[in-house]
Design a protein around this ligand. Sequence first.
Ligand code: KIV
Length: 289
Amino acid sequence: MSTTFQLDTSTSRAHPTPQPMRRLTVPEIQRRKAAGKTAQPLVMLTAYTARQAQLLDAHCDMLLVGDSLGQVIYGLPTTLQVTLDMMIAHGAAVVRGSYHSVVIVDMPFGSYEQSPQQAYASAARVMAETGCAAVKLEGGAAMAETIAFLVQRGIPVMGHVGLTPQAVNALGGYGARGRTQLEHEKIVADGQAVQNAGAFAVVIEGVVEPIAVALTQSLEIPTIGIGASAQCDGQVLVTEDMLGMFERVPRFVKRYGTIAETISAAAELYAKEVRERSFPGAEQVYSAE
Ligand code: KIV
């Protein structure tokens, strides 16, 4: 797909001039799975900033403002410290930077679990203050009532089952889920519950592959895998993982770039040129005439 916008760098770095292009909608994403099949898998990546969204937008069907931004952007130990205000600030930036993808914003830990009413108040803020099209929340059967409450009130919800990072303390770590029969059955039941509650799609994270395959075959809504299976109806990765921003590469990540090395090499060259006074050069300084 070609680029959907042009950057007006002469006036501003932050305000691209979009070429006319209609944004995809939540029902269109849901309809991409018809009669149990998705002809072309759905493409989703995380985005946290306007510029990142500008660069990813043309290539994606969905941009997820994931609460993984806590670790990736803020250096927090887990996603549990992420606040609603943080999600709203980054969600609004990603909506401003995109024209094509459906933007989905994660509901952070503590903003929705207490009651459907609490979830509605938080989700309504996210929708109104960011302009996003949907929210994502973690949890299966336990969250079904909440998902139904939001969906019935016009807030599209993407579910998230399997490894749910906000439950890291209860799960005891980030290892793949579903290795016992009991856990396998629970995750499959969670996926069913999320669908029955009205979610338009569901992320399946960090599960043994047969669970992802079973859910993809049995659910009518699209399944979006991360550490799941190529048979899912779509895939998502944290963009910084995919770009090679971090040294550690989890098993489910494939690196499509080496951005850490690029940044490090550029900073090293800049520092060298500053120290030897070869930057700024004649081209970077304003002459008097
Ligand atoms: O927060 C996030 O980035 C996510 C994806 C990993 C699915 O939830």
